[in-house]
Structure formats: C-alpha cells, structure tokens
Design a protein. Structure first.
Length: 377
C-alpha cells in the first residue's frame, strides 16, 4: 500500500512539472508583456490584469511619491498600460495599484528591498546613474558573522571586498564603515544604495582607491536582516544602558573583527565612517566617542549633532576629511546646517555638500558616488 501511495505521489509531481513545462512552452508562442519599456524620452508600464476594473501606477519620481498615482488604460488581451515622459537619470521604484491593492510588476526582475517591502526598479541611464550599473571587474560581497559581547549574540555583517582582493594575498586595504538608516539593515546599502556597483565602477575607472566596505546592522535588537527570520530582542536604545551600545560594538568589536579577519591597514588614516539618517547619527556619535579611530567622517542627512567641545576634540585628532551632506528639502536639513555652523565656528575644515531633494536613496547614492572618490588620498 505504501509503495502504491509513493508511486501515485511521484506521478502527481511529474504531471505537475510536465504541466508547468508545457505552460512555459505555450507562453513562448504568445506576445510577451514588456514592462517597463524605455523608448527614447518616454517609458511605458504594462500589466496584464484580466479581472481588474481600475489600475493605477505609483512611482517614486512623481510629485507625490508617497501616494500619487496615474491612471492606466485597459488594452487588448486585458493588458493595462500607461506611457509617461522618462524621468531624469536615476534609479526609481514603483508599483501598480489594482482595484486599491498594491501589486509589484511581474515582468520586472529588477527589485530592491526596502526594509520589509520589495519594490520594482526603473533604471534610467545617464551621467548621474552611470556608476550604478554593473562594472566589468567585480568585487565580492560576503556576509560574515561576529560575536558581540556588548549586545549578547552573534551578528551579521555585509562586507564588500574590491576586485583583486582574492588574487593578491599580500595587499592590504583601507576600510569604509558604511551605516544604514532607520528601517534598514546590513543589506540596505547593497540593495538600495548600489554600493557594490558604485565602488566597482569608481575603482575600475581609477576614481577611487580600492577599499573594503563594511556594512553592519545598526539595529541592536537584530542579529541580522529580518529575511533570515531570526527572533529579535526588544532593546530600548534610548535607555542609559543601551544608548551607545551599537556604536560601542561598532568601534570596539566590529572594527577589531574586520582588522583580524580581513587584510586591512589598521590605522586611523585608513579608516572612514559614513552613514545616512540614523546611521549619520551613529557616525557622529562614533566620531565623538572615539575621536582617534577614524580620519574620514561622512554624516549624510544625519540625525545627530555635536557640541563645540566635541568638534574641537576632532580637530585635535587630525581629521583628514569631514564630509557633511544633505538635501535642501530634507526634513533634517536645518540640523545639517546647524552642524555645518558648529564645524565652521570651530575651524574644522570640512565640506558641506548640499543637493536637491529630500530624505531619499537617490541622494544617498549620489553622496557615496561623490565622497568615496575623496577617501584615503
């Protein structure tokens, strides 16, 4: 009886696979749905939705990127479409809204993860986005784990090593510690920030020094990204006990772990730290608590401040680059202006890079593509 049940199960699976294979062959003969399709100065989005009554498109390039939509029109074979003017070169995200329900584009394999959301990408080529595409020579992205005594468990890192790292076992590299913002994790800079592509292109073109980039998880209650389905701790990082727990772990555990396990130049002049939003606050805190550790400091759209005395300590430590950046319509822009004022009053030579736009990844990619060229020179 057991053998008969096994045979029936195998035949059922085989039949299902055959049906799927036949379906794949059948679909090859039909006209494919292409979405998004860039043609000259326009882009067309399409979605096959047989039973939909209203379909709209929502995109991050729109005047209202947090809810604005445009209507799509039903066409032949129930394919809904809309043709729009192509936005400026950059990476954008979008989704369809089908009868009030957000739906991703099933035809688009380019997807990025923003916290717990997966969003299709519209890649518009041009000068601004030329370093966001794949280069010819690729570095390696790995995910090592380090043990944190401060936080009480093993935690996951994302580490980029440049092209040639494996081939030359004697060469040592400087390190950029690159920190994400609230809602992100150790994969945010790779998924949305295009770190690997930007660094590959800059290094290949001779515009940046070959370097290692370390991207930690800035949420002390998480061991790793939520996609690993590991239970989280409920840590109140505002409490006195945990106020600087992550920053202390970064500086006294992560940095030594990297310098023990990777071929790095373990000197302040070969260490840089940068971060966006919450990570910008972490960057400022790390530079204040450990002023001798990093010679390159880059707060981006930062949620944090420093006192005149703290800036004076940094000046004494001999910081080589202080790169402060923010969008002129960012809700944290006034804070960045205040920090710029303090830096100026204390006589700390720095760059205040002001861009258009707000608290968005389009700006943070731009900042990385800009300040990475200035490091370790």
């Amino acid at each position: 009886m057991k053998k008969l049940s096994l045979v029936i199960a195998i035949l059922a699976i085989a039949g299902s696979l055959q049906a799927q294979e036949l379906s794949n062959f059948a679909s090859r003969g039909s006209r494919p749905v292409i979405s998004p399709e860039i043609q000259g100065d326009s882009v067309t989005f399409r979605l096959k939705a047989d039973y939909a009554t209203v379909v709209k498109l929502s995109g991050s390039w729109m005047a209202n990127p947090y809810g604005g939509t445009v209507d799509m029109t039903r066409g032949e074979n129930n394919i809904w479409s809309v043709k729009l003017l192509l936005p400026a070169p950059e990476i954008y995200t979008y989704n369809f809204v089908v009868d009030g329900v957000a739906v991703n584009d099933p035809q688009n394999v380019l997807v990025q993860r923003d916290g717990t959301r997966y969003l299709p990408m519209l890649f518009v080529p041009g000068e601004r986005s030329e370093n966001y595409v794949e280069a010819t020579k690729h570095g390696t992205v790995s995910h090592p784990w380090y043990d944190s005594k401060i936080l009480g468990y093993s935690r996951r890192l994302t580490v980029y090593t440049p092209y040639g790292y494996e081939a030359n076992p004697k060469k040592k590299y400087p390190v950029l510690y690159l920190l994400h913002g609230a809602g992100g994790d150790e994969e945010a800079w790779i998924s949305m920030g295009r770190t690997a592509q930007i660094m590959d292109n800059l290094i290949e073109k001779g515009l940046a020094e070959p370097m290692i980039v370390v991207m930690p998880n800035g949420n002390p209650g998480q061991q790793a990204a939520r996609t690993l389905n590991i239970p989280e701790k409920n840590i109140n990082w505002r409490s006195e006990e945990f106020r600087n727990a992550y920053v202390n772990s970064l500086c006294t555990e992560i940095v030594p772990f990297i310098e023990k396990n990777f071929r790095v130049i373990a000197k302040p002049e070969s260490r840089a730290i940068a971060g966006l939003s919450m990570g910008g606050g972490h960057t400022i805190s790390a530079s204040i608590l450990y002023p001798q550790l990093f010679d390159y400091i880059c707060p981006l759209s930062a949620a944090g401040q420093a006192t005149p005395e703290q800036i004076a300590n940094l000046k004494k430590a001999g910081v080589k680059l202080y790169f402060l950046a923010c969008g002129d319509s960012d809700f944290l822009f006034e804070g960045s202006k205040a920090l710029d004022k303090t830096l100026t009053e204390q006589g700390l030579d720095h760059t205040f890079f002001v861009s258009d736009g707000g608290h968005t990844w389009s700006n943070w990619r731009l900042y990385l593509n800009t300040f990475a060229r200035l490091l370790f020179k």
